[in-house]
Design a protein around this ligand. Structure first.
Ligand code: UD1
Length: 416
């Protein structure tokens, strides 16, 4: 199993190109299940979660071709089952449920189970499909859903759910009649998916607001689609640049999707300047401590909470970072404390007293974004940090060690 070894102290400088968004690419690729024929996708990041999605689709009988673009044809599906072995490695596999029921009339998808950042149930996905007329049974750890044809319904999500909104939006494109999603997720990834579905012939309006209306159509057609830039990868590089007092230009990022992150970092004293096709981030000599609360989009993203805690751990003063999206998403805090961070957890908040420096240590990642926070902590720590369980970071960051190393970091991947 690989390790990432970092010798801290380098100031990041130069340019980095942001990859396509994992969280947009996953539902976009899955939307190929809604129409036979060759779909073509651009700006797909090369990540383990994308490979897992391709394996899921191949398992259903889809044809997949890879080159400069990703091409998928789901014209002759032979199976509607998403097996436990794949689903357990990627919770977002649940996204296949809606499209399969909508197009094939049935689906058997393993329940994802718990995960390192909380219970993360899929009850809202199931409740919405039931409201649309699907018959759902839970058997042997699998969700078994059938519906000759889904019917439109008004669905109120009592918690904002990103993949829940995407799943039901996809299902509703082929349902009979109108579906209205209330308290829908407003994330740019949802809007990207809605655009792709509309290009396939769907009739969706309101994506990007909290009420999405979908008028079902008889069939969709294949599409050529582009995935938006990864705002979480961009935010991670912004925080890393800020923490190291660096000067980094992010290319191919979408500043409009980063409003909350830009404002938060500016408040912490970071210089952020729009440049052609991206942003320039200039780290201050000292980061100012600030309070941050994660909130569904357009709020500060939970997927940057761990990185922000790493940043605040060396800020001047005391800061409070509050997690409102997931319970139990603080596992990285205990690893950061092993590097010398001074943090107390109180309920949903981390109270962080900035220290002058962190010290390198062997650390272990528990989830994807936690690993990113430990990598950036390693960048400013004195001495060497060794991050194990690198497979977590490979799920969501494309060649992170190469990109950081090109910015001047002393970081390498080691085969153990
Ligand atoms: C997506 C993102 C993930 C991000 C998260 C929140 C993808 C592939 N993943 O995850 O990176 O951290 O949004 O921005 O896009 N919930 C329920 N019942 C449900 C569904 C969700 O109670 O049926 C709860 C969850 O436990 C959580 C909250 O709703 O507390 C938000 O979760 P959700 O938005 O669904 O996260 P994901 O879509 O899984």
């Amino acid at each position: 199993m690989d390790k990432i070894v970092i010798r801290g102290g380098a100031r990041l400088a130069g340019e980095v190109t942001i990859s396509g968004a994992k969280n947009a690419a996953l539902p976009v690729i899955v939307s190929s299940l809604l129409a036979g024929g060759w779909n073509t996708y651009r700006n797909i990041p090369n990540l383990v979660d994308i490979k897992t999605t391709k394996r899921l689709l191949l398992g259903f009988g889809a044809k997949v071709e890879e080159g400069e673009t990703l091409r998928i044809d789901t014209g002759s599906l032979t199976s509607c089952e998403a097996p436990y072995d794949l689903v357990r490695t990627m919770r977002a596999s649940i996204l296949v449920l809606g499209p399969l029921v909508a197009r094939m009339g049935k689906a058997r998808v393993s329940l994802p189970g718990g995960c390192a950042i909380g219970a993360r149930p899929v009850n809202l996905h199931l409740k919405a499909l039931t409201a649309m007329g699907a018959h759902i049974e839970l058997n042997n750890g699998y969700v078994e859903a059938t519906a000759p044809r889904l019917s439109g319904a008004t669905i109120y999500f009592d918690i904002v759910t990103v993949t829940g909104t995407e799943n039901i939006m996809m299902a509703a494109t082929l349902a009979r009649g109108r579906t209205v999603l209330e308290n829908a997720a407003r994330e740019p990834e949802v809007t990207n998916l809605a655009q792709v579905l509309n290009d396939m012939g769907a009739r969706i309006s309101g994506a990007g607001t909290d009420v999405i209306t979908i008028d079902g159509v008889e069939e969709l057609h294949p599409v050529e689609a582009v995935v938006i830039p990864d705002r979480v990868e961009a935010g991670t590089f912004m925080i890393a640049a800020a923490m190291t007092g660096g000067d980094v230009v992010l290319r191919q990022c979408e500043p409009r999707h980063l409003d909350a992150v830009i404002h938060t970092l500016q408040e912490a004293g970071v210089g952020i300047i729009p440049v052609e096709g991206g942003l320039r981030v200039v780290g201050p000599p000292d980061i100012t401590s600030i309070n941050v609360k994660t909130i569904p989009y357009p709020g500060f993203p939970t997927d940057l909470q761990a990185q922000m805690i790493a940043c605040m751990s060396v800020a001047r003063g005391i800061s409070v970072v509050t997690e409102t999206v997931f319970e139990n998403r603080f596992m990285h805090v205990y690893e950061l404390m092993r590097m010398g961070a001074d943090i107390v957890i109180e309920g949903p908040s981390a109270i962080i007293k900035g220290v002058p420096k962190l010290r390198g240590a062997p650390v272990m990642a528990t989830d994807l974004r936690a690993s990113a926070s430990l990598v950036i902590a390693g960048l400013i720590a004195e001495g060497t940090t060794e991050l194990s369980r690198v497979y977590h970071i490979d799920r969501g960051y494309e060649r992170i060690e190469e990109k950081l190393s090109r910015l001047g970091a002393d970081i390498r991947r080691v085969k153990v």
